[in-house]
Design a protein around this ligand. Structure first.
Ligand code: GLV
Ligand code: MN
Ligand code: MN
Length: 389
């Protein structure tokens, strides 16, 4: 199945995936998901948010497995797809063994997990659980200025259908399998681990504003150049995050007007920050904004902060975590990456399985998992479904 997905949304120059909510690649992946479900006689239901659910059986208290199929810009092949593919493979193994589940089993493909197009992480799961308001999501714009509402309409979906559903009345447990985005399992020597917690994290937009002017005719003393405060803020982010043992990243930048021979009028930058607890995260962002403001004031420029997507700390269900760790004889580990499982864990018992990643690299074309470890992940997920269903 991973081989079938190999070429979908892959940039041949970088080898990375560009599978963004509702783009052509995402549409193809949705069709692939529906086709895999149909081939197994599973009924597919797409909710108003674009989340796809393939049902084996019907009724309440279903066991949900699955993950997402979208990617970050130039993402890898495993972040998301490994969980979906492993779920279909687990169903195949269970059926080959003649297993008859005592509760419905549902495979999910959550929409827009990475938030690469509209800026909000886990948009599909946040919408379906009511954590994200439909109005806010629908008004989000992509890089071309097109709103989510317009994109949905163009894809034949009804923007009025976006929002919370009764999913949580039908689903009692969620287990998401995911490639590890770190090297903990390399260190423990295990192919599969169980998640304990997700660090609180978020995305903030910083708008540094100044005055556009000529690069040759404007003496350095007369400039109101917002790039300078931006650069000072990036340097401060490394110092502040390193000192506090937390994480800060600037991975996206827009410069206006964007001419080599013009001082910019505006630098728009996106901060991704993560910490072990919410107090530490707030402190990092406060300190960084203070540093940005001081740098901007010294240059006669300004900076404005807009929170775009903030996810609280997640502690996965303790009894479920311990049960799966014992069942699989697997280590328990926290993660700095966000997941739909984190969103659902606020409502129903939720767990995650991680599959070893030999380099720890993720959100990159170099993301990898050995085939034997992927196989161990399917075996683990199959055991978990047997245990819980
Ligand atoms: C999702 O993978 C995230 O942690 O940003
Ligand atoms: Mn990811
Ligand atoms: Mn993911």
């Amino acid at each position: 199945m991973l081989a079938d997905l190999h070429d979908i949304g892959r940039d041949p120059a970088t080898g990375g995936y560009r599978r963004y909510a509702w783009n052509d690649a995402d549409m193809e992946l949705r069709e692939w998901f529906a086709g895999e479900a149909a081939a197994r006689g599973m009924e597919v239901f797409e909710d108003g948010n674009g989340n796809q659910f393939a049902w084996w059986g019907s009724g309440g208290d279903a066991l949900l497995i699955g993950s997402h199929l979208d990617s970050v810009p130039d993402g890898g092949a495993y972040d998301g797809p490994l969980g979906v593919v492993s779920s279909f493979a687990a169903v195949d193994r269970l059926r080959a063994d003649g297993f008859e589940p005592s509760r419905p089993i549902v495979i999910g493909n959550f929409a827009d997990e990475e938030g690469a197009r509209f800026g909000i992480a886990c948009a599909g799961s946040q919408l379906v659980t009511g954590a994200l308001a439909a109005d806010r999501a629908l008004a989000q714009k992509d890089r071309d200025g097109v709103t989510m509402a317009e994109v949905l309409r163009a894809r034949g979906r009804d923007p009025h259908a976006v929002g919370a559903t009764d999913l949580l009345d039908h689903v009692g447990t969620f287990v998401e399998l995911h490639v590890e985005q770190g090297r903990s399992l390399v260190h423990t020597g295990d192919a599969v681990g169980v998640a304990s917690a997700i660090w609180p994290h978020g995305r903030w937009r910083l708008d540094f504003c100044g005055e556009a002017n000529h690069a040759g005719a404007t003496v350095m003393e007369d400039r109101r150049d917002p790039m300078q405060a931006y650069a000072a803020t990036v340097l401060a982010s490394r110092r502040l995050a390193t000192d506090a043992g937390v994480r800060a990243t600037f991975g996206r930048l827009e410069v206006e007007p964007g001419g080599t021979n013009a001082i910019p009028s505006r630098v728009r930058a996106w901060l991704d920050a993560r910490a072990a607890d919410e107090g530490e995260l707030d402190r990092l962002v406060d300190n960084l904004v203070a540093a940005a403001q001081a740098a901007a004031e010294a240059d006669g420029t300004t900076v404005e902060l807009t929170p775009e997507s903030v996810s609280p700390a997640v502690e996965f269900d303790g009894p479920l975590r311990d049960r799966l760790a014992t069942l699989l004889d697997a280590p328990v580990l926290p993660t700095g990456a966000g997941h739909d499982a984190g969103v659902l864990s606020a409502h129903i018992p939720t767990a995650m399985l991680f599959v070893r990643n030999p380099t720890g690299i993720s959100h990159s074309p170099a993301e990898f998992a050995e085939e034997s470890d992927c196989d161990a992940g399917i075996t683990a997920l199959t055991s978990v479904v047997r245990e819980l269903a």
